[in-house]
Design a protein around this ligand. Structure first.
Ligand code: TNX
Length: 517
């Protein structure tokens, strides 16, 4: 492993006339790999050294105190040094500050932040909590790699480059999607995924909760959905589901990481697990057998039955009560055995139910045919013309073009897991595209972000999730956050190469692409 520390100039000397015994440190900011790259990075000569006398300030605001606490506890775990925490805002030297300032004029966005590192202090300033959290992630990236959890290193000089960073995201929606239906993943796995994606400022986690192969969320008024439909998975592998308490735990954990969970109940197709659980949901009243294959497009809810809408109402009511975000995802893809007319009737009714429970609709681009409102988010995955028709109705668009963002596509033909229907996606291909110009006839203002789906037909455990997601998802995080003028494959590749060390420390089973050699 190449050690990039070797080219960092660290000057440690005692500064005459400064705070007694505080050493000075000089580290070029370029020696730290910032991903996603911030809007504005102004390097300074002298940096900050965290030592046993460093104090940490978060004012009287409980939320910013919680951010300071996150910094301290991770720092203590990594260094063995306990930072003294002070809840008043005195600008002492040798101090770290987390400042929530709703009047800060230089910060234009709730997720934006200012970070200033001088020899005397490090200040992260934001006008809202999401910005303070995003600034914290950047601060971690400015510390030595050993700040990554979980081992303790007592021999590290905890130097931070001198720099002023003024940052804010390009897109409000920066998402990852995990398909927990084809294979089920435990709460622990989902939390690990949340930990990892939060570091790259991803702020949405879309959970694909139901599909032909499994129903993964407890619905108390329809218990057989999980008692029966929760038991299967692709390949006859073990099924599973989240109780509502477990799901709430995921939502709360995500919230701590400033990530909103977007739940998806895919319909009217991709519903075999529900059709196997309740015979009455089928038009012929006969339960379908559980399905463990990988084909898509063979199932449909019964559009003409009143019971279908009672079912939907119950499912969406319960799901809405578990959802703290504004959106419920209705799927709507690949309903190949539903007639076009039935599909549109069904989705019109389903959208009204989502509205009735106070949420907005998100759906795959296909749902536009039913008529959608301008509060809808459509997710582009395969057909630019269809997505464009959705945008023409005023909807916002999240981009998940399969050849670029589908994390289940193989890296190369030799990749052992994954699919190839949208091609193979090496790491440069996943990065090198511009969200603003992907859909020629959609105004840039309607593109609200990008999302990277990980479908799990071939993905059976956390190692496999990490292998397919990393490092491609890191590149997508940069596409979602960083302005185009600050992005280039060359710059990103250089940063990613040295960032690998952090993935290793975190024991992420990432794909060591030949491009990283
Ligand atoms: C297409 S993307 C699907 C999924 C599959 C995926 C596999 C979409 C809306 N539908 O049902 O799992 O391809 O890559």
């Amino acid at each position: 492993m190449k050690n990039h520390i070797s080219y960092i100039v660290i000057l440690l000397y005692l500064c005459v006339g400064c705070t007694p015994e505080k050493a000075q440190i000089s580290i070029p900011v370029a020696a730290r790999s910032l991903i996603p790259y911030p809007n504005e990075v102004i390097p300074a000569d002298q940096g900050f050294l965290i030592d046993a006398n460093t104090t940490i300030y978060a004012g009287t605001n409980l939320e910013s105190q919680a951010i300071a606490q996150q910094f301290s506890s991770r720092f203590t775990k990594a260094s063995g040094i306990t930072l003294v925490s002070v809840n008043e805002s005195k600008l002492a030297t040798n101090s770290i500050h987390f400042v929530l300032d709703s009047a800060a004029k230089e910060i234009t966005n709730d997720e934006g932040y200012l970070l200033k590192i001088t020899p005397d202090r490090m200040i992260v300033r934001a006008k809202a909590m999401p910005g303070l959290y995003m600034g914290l992630q950047t601060l971690f990236q400015l510390l030595p790699d050993e700040i990554e959890p979980d081992a303790m290193h007592t021999d590290i000089v905890w130097g931070v480059p001198g720099v002023t960073i003024n940052d804010a995201p390009q897109y409000a929606y920066r998402g990852a999607m995990l398909d927990v239906a084809r294979h089920f993943f435990s709460v622990k796995d989902v939390k690990r995924y949340i930990d990892l994606i939060a570091s790259y400022k991803i702020n949405k986690l879309h959970l694909h909760l139901t599909d032909d192969q499994g129903w993964r969320i407890e619905i108390k008024s329809w218990p057989k959905l999980t008692e029966i439909g929760g038991t299967s998975a692709v390949g006859g592998d073990q099924g599973g589901f989240y109780t509502q308490a477990e799901y709430r735990d995921i939502v709360a954990y995500a919230k701590l990481h400033h990530i909103t969970i977007i739940p998806e109940i895919d319909m009217p197709g991709h519903t075999n697990a529900a059709l196997a659980s309740y015979p009455a949901l089928n038009c012929d009243g006969i339960a379908r057998p559980l399905y463990t294959g990988m084909k898509v497009g063979f199932s449909t809810l019964c559009v003409d039955k009143e019971l279908t809408y009672k079912f939907l109402d119950d499912v969406i009511r319960e799901l809405a009560s578990l959802t703290d975000g504004d959106y419920i995802h209705l799927g709507g893809d690949e309903s190949h055995v539903t007639s076009k007319q039935d599909y549109n009737v069904f989705l019109t009714k389903a959208q009204a139910i989502v509205k009735k429970y106070g949420k907005n609709v998100m759906g795959w681009e296909d749902i536009q045919s039913a008529g959608i409102s301008d509060e809808t988010i459509i997710q582009h995955w395969t057909n630019a013309d269809i997505a464009t028709l959705g945008a023409k109705q005023g909807a916002s668009v999240v981009l998940s073009p399969a050849p670029k963002t589908y994390l289940d596509m193989k890296y190369s033909k030799d990749t052992k897991i994954g699919l190839t229907w949208a091609g193979v996606t090496p790491i440069d291909n996943a990065y090198a595209w511009n969200p603003a110009s992907l859909l020629k006839d959609v105004p840039a203002s309607q593109i609200i972000g990008i999302e990277s789906p990980l479908w799990t037909e071939t993905v059976v455990d956390m190692e496999a999730i990490e292998y397919l997601a990393f490092p491609r998802l890191i590149g997508h995080a940069e596409l979602g956050w960083t302005q185009e003028k600050n992005r280039s494959w060359e710059s990103y590749l250089k940063r990613l190469k040295s960032h690998q060390n952090r993935l290793k420390i975190r024991k992420v089973n990432y794909y060591q692409s030949p491009l990283l050699e």
